[in-house]
Design a protein around this ligand. Structure first.
Ligand code: 4HQ
Length: 255
């Protein structure tokens, strides 16, 4: 059972992970839980102020340290884990980090709004900073939900239909192979239109050939689209041969 505590000015946003899809079902199944903590509830002034203007001037507002400190201390009191602040200044999230978090019992996610939080709060109460990518969001909430979604799907039993997160893209350091479903020919119809068939190997039911075709596609696409991933991964003799075949068939250049 994994627990996330989330410090946020917008707790209602988290219905997206508590009530929908794989994360919603996994929560119903008791595989994970969430605690939502609003720093506004830890203010002491009548206006329930959570932000103020930045020292030194400039646009926007900065989240006040005192209400955040009281919130995080209450979270810790309740048994909270390591505190992660979501921000573009953090280390970039990847599969390895997701697995590390999936192995922890409790994690606290601090979501900033406006221009961010007072640096002294980060120094005193944050254990690590994590970024979901090099772009700017309006707040840490969507980043926190991204982290939770990626972690929750790693919990055994979270994926439906006996699916295993261990069989997915990135686990093996490769991109996914292409997927197809009905109809077998699409667009169907008048003959004037160009149509595309599902690769015939997938229709035959020869499981070993299908497995090798999929591996070859995964290797080929990774080579074409994410050569950095391929450079970081050793290829077996068989994989090297499959990639060689793919390159020959597509004309060697990488498209
Ligand atoms: N923000 N990865 C600014 C992000 C972000 C990201 C969260 C916007 C923090 C203050 N968080 N606030 N990228 O852009 O995690």
């Amino acid at each position: 059972m994994i627990h996330f505590d989330v410090v946020t000015l917008f707790p209602e946003m988290f219905a997206a992970v508590t009530h929908s899809g794989i994360c919603g079902r996994a929560m119903e199944a008791g595989l994970w839980s969430i605690g939502l903590w609003n720093p506004r509830d830890f203010t002491k002034d009548t206006h329930r102020t959570v932000d103020d203007r930045p020292y030194g001037g400039g646009p926007g507002m900065v989240m006040l340290a005192p209400p955040l400190e009281r919130t995080l201390d209450a979270v810790k009191e309740s048994g909270g884990g390591k505190v992660i602040y979501l921000s573009p200044q953090g280390r970039k999230l990847d599969h390895e980090k997701v697995m590390e978090l999936a192995g922890r019992e409790a994690t606290t996610l601090l979501c900033g709004r406006y221009e961010g939080v007072d640096e002294r709060l980060i120094e005193r109460r944050v254990d690590e900073e994590l970024s979901i990518g090099d772009y700017v969001l309006s707040g840490g909430e969507l980043a926190a939900m991204t982290v939770m979604d990626a972690v929750v799907r790693q919990i055994p039993g979270a994926l439906g239909g006996g699916q295993s997160a261990a069989e997915e893209s990135f686990v093996d350091g490769l991109l996914d192979c292409p997927q197809y479903t009905r109809p077998e020919v699409w667009p169907e119809g008048d003959g004037a239109k160009v149509t595309a068939r599902v690769p015939s190997i997938l229709l035959g039911g020869h499981h070993e050939n299908i497995r090798r075709w999929r591996l070859k596609q995964a290797l080929g696409r990774t080579w074409q689209r994410r050569p950095d991933l391929l450079a970081a991964r050793k290829l077996s003799e068989d994989e090297g041969k499959l990639l060689e075949e793919f390159r020959r068939e597509c004309g060697e250049s990488g498209k």
